[in-house]
Design a protein around this ligand. Structure first.
Ligand SMILES: Nc1ncnc2c1ncn2[C@@H]1O[C@H](COP(=O)(O)OP(=O)(O)OP(=O)(O)O)[C@@H](O)[C@H]1O
Ligand SMILES: [Mg+2]
Length: 501
């Protein structure tokens, strides 16, 4: 057996109060895609932070091509050919794409930056990767998917032996994800080893060669992808058998209409004449490709996106200009897909992040006084309901893993009574056990009489969790499917242009 490309030997990482990794052995071969799998907080990101030089182990060591390697910094690891794209990006928003690409490795000719050479190379790099991004564009103007492409392009600046990707498709469209998978095939064909973190079984089936499972910071096992199926992976990940992911759909006894949209348009025609009606007790899906308007219709109704004409009627009253603050106070919650836009306070405890949307209500307010006890109690309940890991609501948010930050954001919407809750991609980045908890939670919300809308690019979520779904195409609702008509074929067919015939 040749030496593995990259390996960890009994690697351990302690953070104050948590052992994030406990004597983990892991190895990566040339030309393979090796998936790291495990629950939120299992230690996946921590492991790759050490393999990429971002973090130092407490004990144990790393071997690169058969010799012990001290990776002192991300820059040092990159020079050796080990490059990572993290869950949190490292781009400087105010700089251009090309400046970001060569940050820390600027081409210097004497004392002068060779701008023209840099520009040529940036263009070449992006072309080679088939990324359609303007090298002169400022990064803050790019979509999250485009920013991720820039992050990936950065990894290609120097000779590459190991590419590490932490949940890379979380913010990509299907088309962009396909592009990424082709790129990965191309790289493994050239002998590059890839470490790939994902919670999505479909991706594992598509690209993985081997899978290593972590649980509570410990190595569980490594299996061949051909031996893996969903049940086995879930069992390895949680250490127990997990029942059906989806709850049985609550029986629906549709109540009064909560929200009605009539002929809604936006200036830029992201929405071109949307009509919807949502009633109490039902769970309604919004599906369609990215850019189809599936997220925007509810954003407009909530007040997060201006519309140019049309009518929004909430609880029987016309709302001329919806505003997020007023929507929230009147029981209309919208949870955005991107937790980075949701104003999470990273340096504050999870507890405060939970309660911030509800500080004017009991149990947070007790007469004139803020109720510390009520707040703590509610935070503890939410943390348990959402499997927060570690279950420590006093921990500051930046000390939680990515998926656990996502849970806190979800919990935030649940601290006040809701009449209408809109969840936009509620399960991106969360593990399957938690997904189950979130689904049960959503079903319960509807059962108790709230109206629920789920905007999702995960079709099974729409098929199994909603009573009725709107399928969007280019700013219009192309189909409304319910009951036995709500099938995968019918939904997918309507993701694309339909003939009028
Ligand atoms: N900077 C930090 N300070 C303190 N504790 C941390 C820090 N980063 C991570 N941890 C803790 O280490 C453990 C492992 O976290 P890690 O981010 O590696 O999980 P993960 O497997 O990547 O999860 P996810 O799927 O949610 O991204 C968690 O208990 C987390 O709370
Ligand atoms: Mg992580």
């Amino acid at each position: 057996m040749p030496a593995p490309l990259l390996a960890t030997r009994a690697i351990t990482k302690d953070y104050p109060g948590v052992r994030a990794l406990d004597r983990v052995d892991f190895d990566l071969r040339e030309g393979e895609v090796h998936v790291l799998f495990g629950e939120n907080g299992a230690g996946k990101s921590t492991l790759i932070s050490m393999l990429s030089g971002a973090n130092r182990p407490t004990s144990g060591h790393i071997e690169f091509k058969g010799t012990v390697a001290e990776l002192n910094s991300v820059h040092h690891a990159r020079e050796l050919g080990i490059s990572a794209v993290f869950q949190e990006f490292s781009l400087v928003p105010q700089l251009t794409v090309e400046q970001n690409l060569f940050l820390g490795a600027e081409h210097r000719g004497g004392l002068f930056l060779k701008a023209s050479g840099m520009r040529r190379e940036a263009k070449q790099l992006l072309d080679d990767l088939d990324f359609h991004i303007d090298p002169k564009a400022q990064v803050y103007r790019l979509s999250r998917a485009e920013q991720q492409m820039v992050e990936i392009a950065k990894a290609f600046r120097s000779e590459l032996s190991v590419l590490i990707l932490d949940e890379p498709t979380a913010s990509l469209t299907d088309h962009e994800a396909d592009q990424l998978f082709r790129l990965i095939e191309d790289l493994t064909g050239r002998g590059v080893g890839i470490i790939y973190i994902t919670h999505r079984i479909a991706e594992i089936e598509r690209i993985a060669d081997r899978i290593t499972v972590l649980r509570d910071g410990r190595y569980v096992t490594t299996i061949e992808a051909s031996d893996a199926d969903e049940d086995r992976l879930v069992e390895l990940m949680t250490g127990r058998e997990v029942g059906a992911i989806f709850p049985s759909l609550p029986t629906m006894d549709p109540g009064e209409e909560i929200l009605r949209l009539e002929d809604l348009w936006t200036q830029d025609e992201t929405l071109c004449g949307v009509n919807m009606s949502i009633r109490r007790g039902e769970i309604v899906g919004c599906a369609g490709l990215v850019g189809s308007g599936k997220s925007e219709a509810l954003q407009a109704a909530f007040g997060a996106l201006p519309f140019s004409s049309g009518t929004v009627i909430y609880k029987g009253e016309r709302v001329a200009q919806p505003k997020p603050g007023r929507s929230i106070r009147s029981g209309f919650m919208y949870l955005p897909a991107d937790r980075h836009d949701a104003g999470l306070m990273l340096e504050r405890p999870a507890r405060e992040n939970f309660s911030v949307a509800a500080l004017d209500l009991p149990p947070f307010r007790n007469g004139l006084f803020l109720s510390g006890r009520g707040e703590r109690q509610r935070a503890a309940e939410l943390a348990t309901a959402l499997n927060l890991s570690p279950n420590q609501p006093e921990r500051t948010l930046d000390h939680f893993s990515g998926g656990n930050q996502q849970k806190v954001m979800l919990g935030r919407s649940l601290t006040r009574p809701v009449d209408l809750a809109v969840f936009d991609e509620p399960t991106v980045g969360v593990d399957m056990g938690t997904r189950q908890a979130i689904y049960a939670f959503i079903a319960n919300l509807a059962q108790k009489g709230a109206a629920v809308v789920i905007v999702s690019s995960d079709l099974p979520e729409i098929l199994h969790l909603t009573h009725r779904a709107y399928i969007f195409y280019r700013g219009r609702i192309q189909a409304e499917l319910a009951g036995s008509d709500l099938t995968e074929e019918a939904a997918l067919a309507n993701f694309f242009e339909q003939d009028a015939a």
